[in-house]
Ligand binder design. Sequence first.
Ligand code: SF4
Ligand code: SF4
Length: 91
Amino acid sequence: MSTVEARGTITIAVERCKGCELCIPACPPRVLRMSADHNETGYAYPELLPGCTGCGACLLVCPDFCFEVYQYETPILHEVGAIGDLGGPES
Ligand code: SF4
Ligand code: SF4
């Protein structure tokens, strides 16, 4: 078990997503990953893992305006089960 700090969060308009994946590498802390599920149009869409900084890079890069970004006044701590949950190396 480890703790990850989130300084912000996002909302994702899943039904507008076209699955282009531009947001995935654009996220500096790499806390976005594509879903296994698909939206009604048939596209996979991003999901948020713990650790968003509220930087807004996803909002800037998305051609379909799927993101809204919020910054917390006080960071929130998330407990995560394993490093692998964040897409990093397995511990
Ligand atoms: S706001 Fe920044 S840290 Fe949060 S999901 Fe978007 S790109 Fe990643
Ligand atoms: S950049 Fe936008 S349209 Fe492309 S996968 Fe991410 S949310 Fe979907």
